[in-house]
Design a protein around this ligand. Structure first.
Ligand code: GAR
Length: 196
């Protein structure tokens, strides 16, 4: 049986699109959850005929938010949770419920430029400020430490003279993230299938 995958998003959803386009041979994207209404990722889910919903953090406690998220994941019988540009921090209570069942993509070579406050363009701004010549992307399991879980896959990407955060972000997405995420999801999905 195919693993049932939920993809959690907060923005444009290019990583969600990479998963849709690549296809996951051992699994299926059964649900997309957005942490904000109106994000373009929801449009991508709609176009691919994937059920989607908005579960917003704004105006609610962490507990209320996570209770609703867990209910949705249970309802859709989700085996694997993929954070693809999902910008809401998950509590230890939540991550402990899904050991080695939550993975995240981060746009740097962890342990550089990661942890709280490092998301989206900020990661690339920090890499350029530090003057690193190589950056990249990392897919890792999610535990209670921000960007601290076991690393699954990493890929390095060159920083070039004259890069802006936007140019670097695009290169990291094209050369690393959009390849790495489908590969990592398939690896973990196969592992889950074996143990089912
Ligand atoms: C991606 O670059 C992803 O790696 C990053 O947000 C972007 C989302 O883009 N995630 C983080 O920074 C997590 N700390 P997308 O919505 O187009 O996939």
């Amino acid at each position: 049986m195919k693993t049932r995958i939920a993809v959690l998003v907060s923005g444009g959803g290019t990583n969600l699109q990479a998963l849709i386009d690549a296809g996951i041979p051992s699994g299926e994207i059964a649900l997309v959850v957005a942490s904000r209404p109106g994000v373009y990722a929801l449009e991508r889910a709609y176009k691919a005929a994937i059920p989607s919903m908005v579960i917003a953090k704004k105006g609610r406690t962490q507990e209320e938010f996570e209770k609703e998220l867990c209910a949705a994941l249970d309802e859709y019988k989700i085996d694997l949770i993929v954070l693809a540009g999902f910008l809401t921090i998950l509590s230890e209570d939540f991550t402990k419920r899904y050991p080695r069942r939550i993975i995240n993509i981060h746009p740097s070579l962890i342990p550089s430029f990661c942890g709280e406050g490092f998301y989206g363009l900020r990661v690339h701004e920090a890499a350029l400020e530090r003057g690193v010549k190589l950056t990249g992307a990392t897919v890792h399991f999610v535990n209670e430490i921000a960007d601290g879980g076991e690393i699954i896959l990493q890929k390095a990407v060159e920083v070039k003279e004259g890069d802006t955060p936007e140019i670097l972000q695009r290169r990291v997405m094209e050369q690393a993230e959009w390849q790495l995420l489908p590969q990592a999801v398939e690896l973990v999905s196969q592992e889950i299938n074996k143990n089912k």
